[in-house]
Design a protein. Structure first.
Lengths: 147, 147, 147
């Protein structure tokens, strides 16, 4: 991943593409049960806040533990979960951070069952680049049914 | 947004990225109830045609009024609507206009409810650039259930 | 489609964009019933394997015949099918081939009916460029309900 002049159209397109690929890789990790590797896509002090949770998860170890619990529960119930992030809008901030707003759907499929939409949400991220990798510094997820 | 040489691979990728981001921003406006700002993403004489409507909405004010009515109705019913546009294919036309064909899903979630697929459609746009912004000149939406 | 230096951020973004557009165009063909044109998006000896099928379809003519059968069946039942590919992760391989991993949803809508999620899958492709066009050399589709 190369540092790019994002003031050009091609440079901004490269940033946007990196965010799309980052989201794909990040969710492939979670949806295949690699909870600890998923937590590594947050900064060491990263925050994951969701209106479905009583309080935010702060820090990789807390995020990893919460993800591990959820992943193990899905495995025990024989359900394949898939997170779809889309409708991504990327904005550069002056401080080198990137704001990315998207929609997220959670699709769940049980063995022998039909896929079901479990949740529709908005997702607002602050992304930062560390050692050539994109990481989530802050994620705010809002489930539509709790809106 | 920079004017770009779209005859290069990087230039065409920049155009494609701009369309993706435009779709995201446009639908974020509609899905958060900003009907009038949403109408501003059409040209002054823009057309919104749908096989679910008896006749096309022509012109920003007509498009805004129709969107406002729908938005207010969703708010009154406590339903969060989200438009997902995807599977985007972009083609440049010789006249500086851009044809973009995509799929669109409408996902609706009521308070305390489960997300539901309300509509699956195709969406065929003619996009133009005015003062550095992309705008919809013509949109043709076809709902699959009426096909 | 131009050969591009994918070692730059803009070059890799162009590759990613080409894969996105290829997926859109490919699935537009299948979902509008153009089974034979769809088969042309595979290499002559392309392989389509799915855990829902007893054995892989190998070669364009076999892929076309299977797609034609499915397409005709959907038409007979009055169902519009749409394939959504998303969460795309692209990796270049040293041999000029490209690995692309994504999620795929199948949405079906009958006349007068509501859209339904028919299948949630992962899709792992090997893509190659022939005469300036991307083609699928190998596709592995895994339906989540059979996982």
């Amino acid at each position: 991943m190369t540092v790019t002049d994002t003031t050009t159209a091609a440079g901004f397109a490269a940033l946007y593409q990196q965010v799309q690929q980052f989201y794909a890789e990040q969710m492939h990790l979670l949806d295949t049960g690699r909870a600890e590797e998923w937590a590594e896509t947050f900064t060491e002090d990263g925050v994951f806040a969701a209106n479905a949770h009583p309080e935010p998860a702060a820090g990789r170890s807390v995020i990893a533990a919460a993800a591990r619990k959820a992943v193990d529960d899905y495995v025990a119930r024989g359900i394949q979960r898939r997170h779809w992030l889309g409708m991504v809008s990327v904005t550069e901030r002056g401080d080198g951070e990137v704001a990315a707003s998207c929609y997220a759907l959670v699709v769940e499929t049980g063995r022998g069952g039909r896929p079901e939409l479990r949740a529709s949400t908005s997702c607002d991220d602050v992304l930062v680049r560390r050692d050539g990798r994109w990481l989530v510094k802050d994620r705010q997820v809002r489930r539509d049914d709790l809106g």
